[in-house]
Ligand binder design. Sequence first.
Ligand SMILES: [Mg+2]
Length: 376
Amino acid sequence: MNAHEIVAIDIIPIELPLIEPFIISYGAAAKVESTLVRVTDRAGNVGWGEGTPDETVTGEAPSTLLRDLSEIAAPALLGFDARRRDLATAELERLLPDSPTARCAIDIALHDLAGRAAGIPLWALLGGSKSTLEISRVVSMRDPERMAADALRHAGDGFATVKLKVGQKDDVALDIERVRQVRAAVGPEIGIKIDVNQGWVDAETATGAMRAMQEFAPDYIEQPVLQGDLEGLAIARTESGVRTMVDEACHGPADMLRVVALQAADLVNIKLMKTGGLSSALAVDAIARAAGIGSQVGTMVESSIASAAGLHFAASRGNVQTVEMGGPIMLAEDIGNARSWYDARTIAIPDAPGLGIEIDTDRVRRFALQWIEICA
Ligand SMILES: [Mg+2]
């Protein structure tokens, strides 16, 4: 009898309310739709994971994620040795090559389980670089006056950097006005990041907009063109001379190699939901680091579980320069206590084993749409 054998996987789709709607170039959301998984081994160790789908980015919806987890991933992993994470990753990549968010949910759970079983925090399991992190605060895409007011409020709350969501190809002048008004409101000391979420579509539009925004001194401009157009991203970066971050166009290690080959970015936004979990995120960061490209750890707006996984990953890597795990401070309700790690813009990563999160199972039940148990 192998005590490390996976004997049960619970799959729990949930919905959590946001404090206010989150608005970006391709959509608006009033709630977070996510799916939790709980993996249990024969010895009784448990690990929690989470998959938060963004259909525009990975093609996965809550319904396909639930199907992939309950019908494919969970049945395939029953009986696996929970310590053989690389073997599990390979099997899930074979079974679910186009479902990184489903693979991510399992991958986070196996890492949490490994950390808890060993009695060490995930950041230490992965490496260990820093114990505190700083985050910027995101500003939804709205009219310029409202964005300036929101940015000023966040600066007043102690954030040193704001991240502006823009991206209207049919009205680039309005995007420029958004950034102009925010810079005028917050003054020269507050950092401004700009995320276009593919909204300027092509290299020509992007180059013009990026050149025009240079006078407002952005830290960087993120994913200005469509995700399928890596060549266009390289052109916009070279022609504008503005620091460029790749996000939607870089999912995993193979994409990162192309980014490096095309010199398409100065920075990469790594999200666990795109890479398929922590193992591939480490590979993306390693390639970036070798190429002199800095990493950011981003988020789909996730609950305590996936947010904690992203924070541990960020704390484990010296090449991670910026962190955007805003989920816990954007949610009106959460199923874990990651919010307590945040003090204004500073986040202290705890020393507790695994993800170091306390999961409130009563709350999980309250926000669960279903609870599916798959046992050996
Ligand atoms: Mg982005």
